[in-house]
Design a binder for this molecule. Sequence first.
Ligand code: GDP
Ligand code: MG
Length: 250
Amino acid sequence: MTYDVGADTAVTVVMPTYNEAANLPRMAEAVLQLPLTGLHLKIVDDSSPDGTGRIAEELAEKYNADGQRRMSVLHRTEKDGLGRAYTAGMSAALDEGAAYVVQMDADGSHPVDAVPRMLGTAVATGVGLVIGSRYVEGGSLDEDWGVHRVLLSRFANGYARAVLGTKIRDITAGFNLWSATTLRDVDLATLDSAGYSFQVELKYKAVRAGHSAVEIPIRFEERTEGVSKMTLRTQLESAVVPIRLRLKHK
Ligand SMILES: Nc1nc2c(ncn2[C@@H]2O[C@H](COP(=O)(O)OP(=O)(O)O)[C@@H](O)[C@H]2O)c(=O)[nH]1
Ligand SMILES: [Mg+2]
């Protein structure tokens, strides 16, 4: 099935990777077989020691073999944080003419088949941000996500929402679709977050700039391969950033 509305629209999925060799091939396949002809997959790899960058190049060669540019790889020289990887990848996507940019993890946690639904929602409603939300009616978290991670996620989310006074239910969500206009308004180059707090900062600034967000329910699956890259440092940054944003924009 192809979607009439927006099927040819230039949509770039930006996927940051650090040691995701075991996940990337099936993720690339799942994304690139979506029924969206204008879809492009951009991997942002921070010189993963497990060879993810090389695997990404091989996959790009395979998927671009028919002369279409369906997949590209941005190589960065060191592990520099999720936020900085996204800033680089999303800026490149805008420069290359994307009308919409999707953020998605490489570990299979985000349901790839929700992308057409997110695009359809953006096209139909005109909103600049569609969030794949775990915390709206119908959304859910994998029962295999340990109690520790569930509590941490709920806390981080409730904390950021309370400090910033936002109505967005899943402000820490990492699965989002953005219109190019919204991203240009926010000006990615001015973001402070190096790590995971990028998710909160970008959404907050977009809403402050006058854009609206819609949340659609998704199910978040625990990764089955590889390990989480969340660290104490990224958690501390996530505690500080909402307060800093609040003070700055009082
Ligand atoms: N390029 C890059 N990707 C990262 C970095 N940190 C995390 N990632 C990627 O970001 C996504 C989410 O990270 P993950 O470890 O699954 O976080 P979790 O789901 O919160 O445990 C995955 O695709 C990671 O490979 C980083 O510093 N640089
Ligand atoms: Mg993950």
